[in-house]
Design a protein around this ligand. Structure first.
Ligand code: ATP
Ligand code: MG
Length: 413
């Protein structure tokens, strides 16, 4: 992509009303633009990052047999009456009226939609297990929406639901998804800082599990067992003050961001919607269910919070909007042609490159490059051209290196 064609502009200062660091940097870089509190537009560079996170999630969930679907945003209020969540979730539900005053909710999560949907396809044990997911925007009327894209009122969620004939089958699948979640966090670059965190399981199971990423901007406190490399959340510390795995009571306190949450809901939602099946002996039983949520937009905000310096964002390679940021600092026609040829060749090779072909000063281009945080900066100028070289710098390192063009092609093949 040519930067001259990018309609977004970088900003020196973040808007005054934006208090969170992730939103300040994302707004300054032109990745997102605020609509209103907790509601953001994703602009070309920001959408590329969000898409990459979503695609990593998609790949890992497909790998554990999840099948992608897309459920609606809007749902008739009756479904929420059936589970009582029109009352228990009343604080966060956005509602709207349709024709003839019919009441609708904008879904904050999709148990009320997926359970009756799956009911249409399940009769016998032979129809199970089923694992379906979607990547979709959720709506929650969050009380405080001051954390940028970490806490949106409209935000992206991947929600997976699995349906099983037995608790044993559910337990086995749940462990597989847990593993898939760790692969996701590893690939997006927050694996080292992310803890499996025991949380309350509600009335239907002892624990649910959160995935908590250590971060100063986190709104949650977790209690870490260094021996087991797991944590427990606030609800659990009130019930027991030791590690649920090894009993260690010397737990370390830290701030964290909840980047995922998985639950064994068992029959909590299948009972209200009478989602049943007949087993091998012809006996009718309720289907066992689990739900697995992960927040792509919150992950994007988390990465900005933990991976930046005073100059801007430092994207991990797998989710960066582009791998290369090619900057032409030369002012004459020859330098421009040299850079343009390089850009075309990189594109031919299928390399993801943002080409700063704007007619701006070197200072502006270099500052913008640091702000945007693309992993590999490639500078060309009259000087590098005369030596048939490019200058390479990693965003995460201070060192610059002159590299012969021929070697450059080899380096990244
Ligand atoms: P929180 O406690 O932070 O409000 P939650 O426990 O209500 O979150 P879940 O219902 O477990 O959230 O949603 C699944 C995942 O969706 C969360 O783990 C998080 O990654 C993401 N998520 C939840 N709420 C938001 C939000 N308001 N903005 C962005 N992502 C969110
Ligand atoms: Mg949660």
């Amino acid at each position: 992509m040519r930067q001259s064609k990018l309609f977004t502009k970088t900003r020196k200062e973040a808007p005054k009303d934006e208090v969170s660091l992730n939103a300040q940097l994302l707004l300054r870089g032109g990745f997102v633009e605020k609509q209103t509190a907790g509601v953001y537009n994703y602009l070309p560079l920001g959408l590329r990052v969000l898409n990459k996170i979503q695609n990593i999630i998609r790949q890992e969930i497909n790998a554990v047999g999840g099948v992608e679907i897309l459920m609606p945003t809007l749902t008739q209020a009756e479904n929420y009456k059936a589970t009582g969540r029109d009352k228990t979730m009343a604080e966060v539900l956005f509602s709207t009226n349709g024709q003839n005053e019919a009441l609708y909710y904008l879904n904050p999560t999709h148990e009320e939609i997926v359970t009756p949907l799956i009911k249409n396809f399940v009769q016998s044990y032979r129809d199970l297990p089923i694992s379906v997911y979607q990547i979709q925007n959720k709506f929650r009327n969050e009380a405080r929406a001051k954390s940028g894209i970490l806490r949106g009122r409209e935000f992206s969620m991947k929600d997976l639901y699995s349906f099983h004939a037995t608790e044993l089958d559910l337990d086995e699948y749940y462990e597989k998804v847990k593993e898939a979640y760790f692969k996701i966090y590893q690939r997006v670059g927050i694996g080292e800082k992310t803890y499996l965190t025991y949380a309350s399981g509600g009335t239907f199971s002892k624990y649910s599990h959160e995935f908590q990423t250590l971060c100063e901007a986190g709104e949650d406190i977790i209690y870490i067992c260094d021996k087991c490399h797991i944590a427990i959340n606030k609800e659990i510390i009130e019930e027991q003050n030791s590690c649920p795995v090894c009993g260690n009571s010397e737990l370390k306190t830290d701030k964290a961001i909840e980047v995922g949450n998985i639950f064994k809901q068992k029959t909590k939602f299948t009972e209200p919607f009478s989602l049943k099946f007949t087993d091998e002996d012809g006996v009718e039983k309720p289907v066992q269910m689990a739900a697995y949520g992960i927040g792509p937009s919150r992950i994007m905000g988390t990465i900005v919070e933990i991976s930046h310096d005073e100059k801007g964002i430092i994207w991990p390679e797998e989710i960066a909007p582009f791998k290369f940021h090619l900057l032409n600092l030369g002012k004459d026609k020859e330098a421009f042609a040299f850079a343009d040829d390089l850009y075309r060749e990189m594109q031919t090779r299928g390399w993801e490159v943002l080409f700063d072909d704007r007619d701006d000063s070197a200072g502006i281009k270099l500052n913008d490059s640091d702000l945007l945080g693309i992993p590999y900066r490639i500078v060309v100028s009259s000087k590098t051209m005369s030596e048939n070289c490019v200058e390479l710098k990693l965003r995460s390192e201070a060192l610059t290196k002159l590299i012969k063009i021929a070697d450059f092609w080899q380096m990244f093949e």
